[in-house]
Design a protein around this ligand. Sequence first.
Ligand SMILES: Cc1cc2nc3c(=O)[nH]c(=O)nc-3n(C[C@H](O)[C@H](O)[C@H](O)COP(=O)(O)OP(=O)(O)OC[C@H]3O[C@@H](n4cnc5c(N)ncnc54)[C@H](O)[C@@H]3O)c2cc1C
Length: 477
Amino acid sequence: VASDESSRTYDVVVLGTGSGGKLAAIELARSGRSVLAVEAGRFGGECPYVACVPAKSMLYSARNHLSWLDAVRRRDEVTDRRDDEGSLRSLTEEGVEVRRGHGRLGPRLGEAHTVLVDGALGAQVEVRARTVVVATGSSPRLPDLPGLDVVPTWSSVDALSADEQPQRLVVLGGGPVGCELAQAYAGLGSQVSVVELADRLLPRETPWVGRLLVDVLRDDGVQVLLGSAPSLARPDEAGPGVVLELEDGHTLTADRLLVADGRSPNTEDLGLIRLGARVARSGGLAVDARCRVLGPDGEPIAGLFAVGDVTSESRFTHSANYQARVATAEITGAGFDADYSAVPRAVYTDPAVFCVGTSSEAAAEQGAAVVTASFDLADVERATLAAGAVPPPGHRTVRGRVELVADAASGVLVGASCVGPEADSWGAELALAVRARLGVHLLAENVRAFPTWSEAISLAAFRLDRELAGRHARLPA
Ligand SMILES: Cc1cc2nc3c(=O)[nH]c(=O)nc-3n(C[C@H](O)[C@H](O)[C@H](O)COP(=O)(O)OP(=O)(O)OC[C@H]3O[C@@H](n4cnc5c(N)ncnc54)[C@H](O)[C@@H]3O)c2cc1C
C-alpha cells in the first residue's frame, strides 16, 4: 500500500474499486496518469465476492445436483474465499496506487479536489486530485417492515457467503436477485418461499416473462406468493427462526428471512452534497452522457465523474464497465456519449431471461406505436433434440419464448424479451440489433445455424416482418 501520498496531487483518485472503479483506475493508469484507488471494503467490489459470481456458482451447482457442502466449497473457490489480495495485486501491477479506507471529497481548491481518506485506527490522509471518479456502488435496501431488526435476516451478501444452509428460507422480493437465490437454494434442498408484492415475478419486465418464471419456480418446489405484502416480522416462539406475517393474514415460518428488496446507491458521506451534486429520483447520482456528475444547475461539476451502481443508470456489472469506459474516454480526451438503449437485463435462472430495450407496455406508456411478434421455444427443432425423445403431441419439453418489439413506423427493432435455456447468451444478437437500430426485415433475413435456440429469433422475426409489411400495405397511399 502506498505509504506517503499525503498532500500529493494525483491526476485521478477513484473512490471504490468494484467493477466500474477498478476498470477506470486500470485504464487511466495505462494512459500514463497517476491514479490512487481508495477502497473501503474489498478491492474488486461486490461482483466477484458476494454478488454475480457466487450467485451464478450456486445456481450452476444446484443445476448440477451438487450437495450443499460441495456447492459451498465451489463457491468459495470461485470467490477466492472472499480474499481480495488478487484484485489488489491486479491494480498495483497496472501502476495504480491503492489505499484502504473510506474516501470522501473535501473542498475544491483551485484546479483540484481534495480527498480525505479515513483509514484504520483513525488514520486520516488528505490528497488532491485533478479528477475524481466516484464508483462507490450500492447497498441492499431494507424495507420499512416492523420487526425486521429483531429477527434473523439475511441480505444477498449473507446468502452468498453462509456456510450453513437454512432448512426453510423466505425470500422477500421477486426481482432478479430474489429469483436467482430462490432457485439456487431450492435446488440445493432448502424449502423456499418467495413473497412478491406484484402479481408476478420480475415485475419490471414484460408480464409474460415474470408469469413464466412463476411456473418455473413453482415446478422447482418454491412457494411463490404474489400480491403479498408483509406486515410484521417477529421471532419464532418455537425456535430460533422468524415468522413473517402477511397483510392477507397468512404467516410464513423460516430459519432465515432473505431481504432481496432492491438496492440503494452509496451516495452518503461522500462530501457530494457540499459540492452540489444532484441525486436523481432513483437515488443515484445524476450524470450526463459522459458520466460527469451534474450540479444543481444541471451542468457538470468540474473534474467529477461517477460510474456504476452509484449512478442513476442501470445496475449491472456490464453497465458499470461500460460507464468506466465512457468516463475514461472523456478524461483522456476521446470522449463519446453513452448509449443505454441496448443494455441487456439478464437473469441466470433455468430457463434464463434476457431482455433488452423497450417492452410493448413501456412503449405504450410513452405513447410510442409498436408492433410485437413472438415464437415459442418449444416449437424449434432444438427443443425436440434437447428433450432426447419426441414429445407426445401437446407436451411442452422446453419452456421459453422470444418476443420482438418493433417501431411501427420505421420497422426498426426497439426491444426483445427472451426466456429459454441459456437465453442469457444467445439473446446477445438482439442487443446488437437494438443498438444498431436494425430493421426487422434484415433481422429476419439473417441466417442462423440449425438446430439452435436462436432459430426462434428468425421465426419471431418472420412473423414481425410480415405483420409490418401488412400494416404498410394497409396504409393509405
Ligand atoms: C446477488 C447479486 C447478483 C448479481 N448478479 C449480477 C450478474 O450476474 N450480472 C451483472 O451484470 N450484475 C449483477 N449484479 C449487480 C452487480 O453486482 C453490480 O451492478 C456491480 O457490482 C456494480 O459495480 P460497482 O463498481 O458499481 O459497485 P460495487 O461492486 O458495489 O463496488 C463499489 C465499491 O466501493 C466501495 N466503497 C463504497 N463507499 C466507499 C467510499 N466512500 N470510499 C471507498 N470505497 C468505497 C465498496 O466497498 C465497494 O467495494 C448482481 C448483484 C447482486 C446483489
